[in-house]
Write a protein that binds this ligand. Structure first.
Ligand code: ZN
Length: 445
């Protein structure tokens, strides 16, 4: 296997006991990391390796997006009707856009954010997909985009009763078929079992989905209590709160992602903690939709596994982590909080969840870990150590350009040039498709 040796970097790895290695080096052998150490130590020992000079820049693990909607791309610039609350945002924008998507739209809607993921150092995407009039083959279409981009990805179809029986049946089948096809095969693609949200999933659908997910060994990926209306709906229809409903149906557990969990009470939090369920926090989206802020600090203190997603708002996890910190400080009116947690939910918790799902060690630079890494144009201008890493992440890595992105040992970007996606070609194709998508959007009631 070919070897690549990255030298003269400020090597940062939250999973490595040394944590920060100045004038550090990383040797990649095939798809994994062979060794991490100092440049002086490694350079003479790998004479045949291709050398990349990081020249003092930060070398760190690639990042994981814990909740994404690649399909949302064509909403950029789309003029919809005004929506005054979250249910209206769903009805007037998202549930019309997703119905307007063709499989070709799905492909190019994915390639645009994959390009952005690569240029911002995101090497794993856990996606939650909807295209209710083009369900069959949609997850395979996304997988083809992921493979072309070179980004490690997990997909599911968000099953719901909102688009009629035919679409519902197609969604259930799509999840089962895709998860059955990819799970356990290599470590670049995975399938989860998607559901939209409690308010659009009937009790029979929820129960069928849980049974089918267990049959293929896939975790559930679903929205939960994003807006207070989701709780009101569950209480009125089922006499119980959303997380309780999921729990009673057998949907919770360490493989399950609940996105948002903003309006959850103490009893629901206990269920999340006891079941080991993963909560994906999406601060930018929550602010955009004005739906409130999840108490992620309280959840973390309680031992709940909290991670970070973008909900389609961005592909940039470094940006999202900074929003996570700022939102907590703003809502709690406390400038002392969330500094470490905002970074840890990304670099530690997302990586731990994704490592379990993909069956390979992510989020660390150490021998045997997957070679998912980035080089960031942050030349540390103040001392850097494990003790002040959060500060360097939020105020050094944050505004800096990512110059190299590697996933599974393959450079997806080198010296600022993306190698797997041509943004011009992808944008031209999307530019041709999107007016037609928008036309269908306007024709949908
Ligand atoms: Zn979402």
């Amino acid at each position: 296997m070919s070897q690549t040796l990255i030298i003269h970097g400020t090597v940062v790895s939250p999973g490595n006991p040394d944590f920060v290695i100045e004038d550090g080096a990383v040797c990649v052998d095939g798809t994994t990391i062979a060794e991490v150490g100092t440049t002086a130590d490694l350079l003479p020992r790998y004479p045949g390796a291709a050398v990349v000079n990081a020249a003092g820049r930060v070398v760190m693990p690639g990042m994981v997006n814990g909740h994404m909607h690649l399909y949302s791309t064509f909403a950029c610039g789309l003029a919809g009707e005004p929506a005054i609350n979250f249910p209206e945002i769903l009805k007037k924008l998202w549930w019309k856009l997703d119905r307007a998507l063709s499989l070709e739209d799905v492909y190019y809607s994915a390639m645009v954010p994959y390009y952005r993921a690569i240029i911002s150092g995101t090497t794993t995407v856990i996606d939650h997909h909807a295209s209710p009039w083009a369900v069959k083959g949609s997850l395979r279409t996304l997988a083809n985009a992921a493979t072309a981009a070179g980004v490690r990805s997990s997909f599911c179809y968000e099953v719901s009763d909102r688009d009629g029986e035919e679409s519902l049946e197609a969604g259930l089948a799509e999840n089962a078929e895709f998860a059955g096809e990819v799970n356990g095969q290599g470590n670049m693609l995975r399938g989860m079992f998607g559901l939209h949200a409690s308010m659009t999933v009937s009790q029979p659908t929820l129960e069928r989905a849980v049974t089918m997910a267990k049959e293929v060994g896939a975790g559930i990926h679903v929205h939960a209590a994003e807006d207070i209306s989701d709780q009101e709906d569950s209480l009125s229809k089922y006499g119980k709160r959303v997380v309780q409903r999921y729990h009673d149906a057998g949907a919770l557990g360490p493989k399950t992602i609940l996105a948002h969990c903003i309006h959850v009470d103490a009893a629901e939090r206990t269920l999340l903690q006891e079941s080991g369920t993963f909560v994906a926090h999406n601060p930018e989206s929550n602010m955009n939709n004005a739906v409130g802020a999840a108490d992620i600090l309280g959840m973390l203190a309680q031992g709940i596994r909290v991670g970070l997603g973008t909900d389609g708002m961005t592909s940039n996890m470094i940006e999202e982590a900074r929003y996570a910190m700022l939102l907590q400080r703003q809502v709690k009116a406390d400038p002392t909080i969330a500094f470490g947690e905002a970074v840890d939910i990304l670099v530690r918790n997302n990586a731990a969840f994704a490592s379990e799902q993909f069956g390979t060690k992510l989020g660390t630079l150490e021998k045997g870990a997957a070679a998912d890494l980035i080089i960031v144009e942050h030349y540390p201008f103040t001392p850097i150590s494990a003790a002040n890493w959060y500060g360097h992440f939020l105020f050094g890595v944050h505004p800096s350009r990512v110059t190299h992105t590697m996933c599974n040992g393959r450079f997806l970007m080198a010296e600022g040039k993306v190698l797997t996606i041509s943004p011009e070609i992808v944008a031209a194709a999307a530019r041709k498709l999107s007016p037609l998508t928008w036309q269908r959007f306007t024709e949908i009631n």
